[in-house]
Ligand binder design. Structure first.
Ligand SMILES: [Zn+2]
Length: 300
């Protein structure tokens, strides 16, 4: 009898009984990064999948209960989630993950934001008033965010601090090697002229030296219109020699990119915007690998 009690106590008090750091990620790339750094110390969920537009989702009850139990919220921020996160936070009523708390981690605040507008005209529908939120397009941004995230996890879960820092060092060493290899592969893409559907790729363009000629959306967040596409066709000319590739994300309709591609001969390609967006994008490494595979195939 005494032996049983002692054994039970040992099991309860042993390090294996360490409670998980519960991570609520707004987008799959941050769930993937949390798992790279947190390993078996974290349990992570993502509010959106790679096949959903992160600007728009429903605040489902299952998400509210996950957010209520979360220790750490990781989102791109810069108003990417403005359409659904405030409502979710209010319903979840979890003080630990409110803005300004250690449990609130806004990934885009750790990198240099691009497209910060001088003057925002919300009436025209511009949905990037804090600068462009799609920061995962540049793997160097992931480096900075990973460093900050490891420190945040160590702060929230001091027992695991050494492990978070060690995992981050291991991840970053593999990550820097991967970036070197990607930059070598992508050297030929420099100067290619792209037409993305939405302004989802400004950080990728900045990284690879791609030139954005126009977007299929007339303004970020406003779906392509016949008038805008007609104008693009007019400017590009029937020969289509004014651009090299049209880009869309998996959750965007291919109608507009197909329409323009068929009339101009400019190749249209789907690129995964985050982990899970294609068969190859199984983790953060696969994401960039697959983006480059697809771009290099479209633009030989
Ligand atoms: Zn956007």
């Amino acid at each position: 009898m005494h032996k049983t009690v002692l054994l039970t106590l040992l099991v309860v008090l042993s390090p294996a009984a360490h409670a998980d750091l519960r991570v609520f990620a707004c987008e799959p790339e941050w769930r993937a990064l949390a798992e790279e750094i947190g390993g078996d110390l974290v349990s992570a969920d993502s509010a959106t999948t790679a096949l959903q537009d992160p600007h728009y989702i429903q605040a489902r009850p299952s998400l509210i209960s996950k957010l209520r139990r979360a220790d750490l919220l990781i989102c791109s921020g810069a108003d990417l989630e403005i359409g659904w996160l405030p409502q979710l936070l209010s319903k979840a009523n979890n003080p630990a993950v409110r803005p300004g708390q250690p449990g609130w981690f806004e990934a885009s605040s750790f990198v240099e934001r691009l497209d910060v507008p001088g003057r925002v005209d919300r009436a025209r529908g511009d949905m990037h008033p804090q600068g462009n939120p799609h920061v995962q397009g540049n793997p160097h941004n992931i480096t900075r965010i990973a460093e900050a995230l490891a420190e945040r996890m160590a702060q929230l879960d001091p027992d695991g601090a050494a492990q978070y820092r060690e995992s981050a060092l291991d991840f970053l060493s593999r990550w820097r090697q991967a970036i070197d290899a990607w930059e070598e592969r992508a050297a030929g893409l420099r100067g290619q002229r792209v037409i993305p559907h939405h302004k989802s790729w400004v950080y990728l363009q900045d990284w690879l030296g791609l030139e954005e000629l126009a977007t299929l959306e007339p303004v970020p967040g406003v779906p392509p219109t016949a008038a805008h596409l007609g104008e693009l066709l007019h400017v590009l000319g029937d020969a289509g020699d004014g651009a090299d590739v049209i880009i869309r994300a998996p959750y965007q309709s291919d109608k507009a990119s197909k329409w323009l591609s068929e009339r101009t001969g400019i190749p249209a390609v789907m690129l995964p915007l985050t982990v899970g967006g294609s068969d190859g994008a199984t983790d953060l490494f696969g994401l960039y690998e697959d983006i480059l595979d697809r771009l290099l195939e479209a633009v030989p």
